[in-house]
Design a protein around this ligand. Sequence first.
Ligand code: ATP
Ligand code: MG
Length: 446
Amino acid sequence: MPFLLNRRITHCQFFARAFVMYNAHMRQTQLFTATRREAPKDEVAKNAQLLIRAGYIDKLAAGVYTYLPLGLRVLRNIEHVIRKEMNAMGGQEVLMPSFHPKELWEKTGRWSTMDDLYKVTDSSGREVALGPTHEEVVVPLLQQFLSSYRDLPTYVYQFQNKFRMELRAKSGILRGREFIMKDFYSFHRDESDLAEYYEKMKIAYARVFDAVGIGERTYLTYASGGSFAKYSHEFQMLTDVGEDVIAICDHCRVAINKEIKADQPNCPECGNTELHEEKAIEVGNIFELRTKFSSAFGLTVKDEKGESVPVQMGCYGIGLGRLMGSIVEAYADEKGIVWPASVAPFRFHLVNLAPDDARVAGIADALDAALAAMGNEVLHDDRMGVSPGEKFNDSDLIGLPFRIVVSRKTEGEKEQLDMIAFEVKERATGVVRTMTLAELCGSFSQ
Ligand code: ATP
Ligand code: MG
């Protein structure tokens, strides 16, 4: 299955996500966060070091992070991309709780078998699990509403915090003990309906990873299917910090997780035996659960003949923080983060090198307002008493797609904003161009 390659993020697409509930522009003097020279000493992962230094996240404890204003904007942009695709797949969004009664987890046997389950006892002695995933909640939930095959298929999803007792929480936001996951559950009348839907979900997932900018380095990967299906499928992004090894078939552009390579030594699609191994991180995972959980809870529907049949299920996960951290790992350079346009917290970094000069500040404010009025998201560095060198370093660290410099060298007056030539640097390539406002709002290619 080919990924959609080289999709260009146009101005229009960028504008289309502006319904996200954030200000189109923000002044750096108003941000309560700041960049830092050093990351915490105990933070060894590149993604977290950069995200902390640039002011996107804060570390509370190992595997536990706060998303700061800049970081939350990235997270929301990722969420927006995913939500769009999941809605297109017919998903109905819900929000399920994190507190799960022990009885539900005993029903599936996972209270005692899941090693990374957080178990909490309250002062009355009642035991609950902090949800690491939601089959134990979604199945009894849907059981109340599904009675006939006519109620199927049904699709439910959420964005929600998960809790897992990860022993090795050393990978920054790639592996949290508390982390946000999009988890989607599908309910079908029979195996063939599930299988058909599962294939469509593979394509929806590919669209998500394309849209957030990692499609070219992400592989549909055959992985262990658990007790019911032959395979599950992971979406693995190539990176040296990845904990998985995948074997890639270049003909089919698919991979096999090395964990199953003993059983599956060649490409499952074309039989090719010349696979090459790469390190990768799992950014998404889709599973045919079949009747594993519906049987545990007795979730059945009546078929045409009035007979009870177990409901077939699939589940489909993506970790949002892991995806954000993976994007950082994939594109950062020695100067800092490099965001793909579709997830960047702002499109433009407007850097005013002389905010104490009234003429220059007037131009910067007018440009900021004009860009924002046209739906562009702008971070405006209006800080006084910060040297140009520091401002440029911060800008490279923060990693917005385009840096616009306004300085004493910028010629013109704010009244003729349209005539002014601005120096614009593309973060990803380092290419510097001189552009007018009209050109800035036009189709500056990615
Ligand atoms: P891993 O093998 O990397 O621990 P997993 O297979 O246990 O992950 P799933 O249960 O398949 O994870 O969860 C679905 C998705 O949630 C994963 O594909 C990943 O994107 C994300 N995810 C899982 N664990 C974490 C975590 N500790 N921190 C952040 N994201 C996670
Ligand atoms: Mg997985």
